[in-house]
Design a protein. Structure first.
Length: 157
């Protein structure tokens, strides 16, 4: 791509513009270096991710996933899938008219053994953090919460 000579002239007169051009060049090249795997520029690699990385770091803070060396693909993927399942279940229950607290569907990162060892019948109790006060607000006569495949449904009839 040809360079605009007017930009060079302006940069020579305006140090702020010169710095802006340097930053623009660096940011553009750092992504290319990361994608191409340029070994001599490894320290400069930059991967653009938007706000997702910050949201993940905030979610993982205080858990075993806080340390980057613990972020194996399997652990992260299973936590994301498990969390998505819990959030979907909470929304599904709300859509059925079952009163579910606002924080229901929010879980903290768990190790694989904990995820795999979570019985389906206790998923509500663990992920939704239902305490006795919340349990008392749900009228179980109006709702059949657990059936054989553990999906909440309204009673028939």
């Amino acid at each position: 791509m040809p360079r605009d000579p007017k930009q060079i002239e302006r940069a020579e007169k305006d140090p702020k513009h010169k710095m802006a051009l340097v930053f623009r060049s660096y940011l553009g090249r750092s992504s290319i270096w990361a994608i191409s795997g340029e070994p001599s520029r490894k320290i400069d690699y930059q991967i653009w991710c938007g706000p997702a990385m910050g949201a993940f770091n905030q979610w993982a803070k205080g858990s075993f996933l806080e340390a980057p060396q613990n972020r194996r693909a399997v652990d992260v993927a299973m936590n994301l899938l498990f969390g998505a399942a819990v959030a979907t279940r909470a929304n599904w229950l709300r859509a059925q008219g079952i009163p579910i607290p606002g924080a229901a569907g929010t879980i903290r990162p768990m190790d694989l053994a904990e995820i795999r060892g979570t019985p389906r019948r206790t998923l509500l109790k663990i992920s939704f953090k239902l305490d006795l006060e919340i349990l008392e607000t749900i009228n179980y006569k109006d709702y059949l919460v657990f059936i054989s495949d553990n999906r909440p449904q309204r009673p028939v009839g």
